[in-house]
Write a protein that binds this ligand. Sequence first.
Ligand code: C2E
Ligand code: CA
Ligand code: CA
Ligand code: CA
Length: 281
Amino acid sequence: RADVALYEAKRSGRDRTVHQAGDRAAAEELRRALVGGELHVYFQPIVDLGGPVPCVTGAEALVRWIHPERGTVPPLEFIPFAESSGLIREIGRHVLFEACEHAAAWDRSEGRPLKVTVNVSARELDDECYAEQVHEALERSGLPADALVLEITESTLSGPGEQAQRTLEHLRGHGVRIAIDDFGTGYSSLSRLDALPIDILKIDRSFVSPIGPTTRSAPLVAAITAMASALGLAVVAEGVEDEHQALLLASLGCGEGQGYLFGRPVPPAELLAQVEPVAAE
Ligand code: C2E
Ligand code: CA
Ligand code: CA
Ligand code: CA
């Protein structure tokens, strides 16, 4: 029996070693991809649902790994690993700087306050240098602070450490807005919502896709928008895929939407064609 235990211990030790070696190799590859310029920032339009025709109000920056052999690797295949390995700090920095740089070039004349939204992981917010990094990205690009929105998931917000809380409050004080991403999927207590340093709720796709007369999603969305409006928060619906959803969401009080109906995530040059169609006239 002692032999078995010893064998098990050795085996799990070896597994861990193999695992760690695998992680090291993967981290190395991801770092090489970052340095080698394989991580690109795409943008997906966010539109105003209220008007007669949907007009673009901003765009979300979404990272893409364009691998020379594997093609486009979706973020869900490397972001979790980037988070656990800590590489997310460098990737997040790259995305933030790229996003601000591109967004600074968007036409903001004639009352077009286009915003750019950037996803931020908990690991990044824990870093006491994070606020400084945001200031640097804004200064270097010339993007006004109120054109930047940071998207933070509910799980990050439900237990924000003191550092994260301080950072968010500091940045909001400078005009940067904060959105709760994937709202409704986490465990944030509704009673605490008014105490959180946030400006925008993004309703998760899981409430939006099944929306229709035969499901219970519509009353849920209505309840979320009513609550948001009482708290003075803007609402963006994620994953809007058809016209019917867009109309229903607008009637339920949802101000803005994002989804394949309005546009998929595209490289910056392609987004410009959607954001500035008037420029061509
Ligand atoms: P997310 O922040 O919830 O981003 C929205 C995801 O939904 C994107 O997936 C987008 O392509 C997808 N989507 C948009 N509209 C529709 C639609 O109408 N239907 C469907 N089925 N999907 C839609 P993507 O680009 O694969 O990103 C996945 C997740 O990876 C993001 O979810 C975000 O959590 C994470 N992520 C992406 N870029 C970054 C980044 O730069 N930093 C960090 N920390 N996370 C990122
Ligand atoms: Ca997001
Ligand atoms: Ca989301
Ligand atoms: Ca998500």
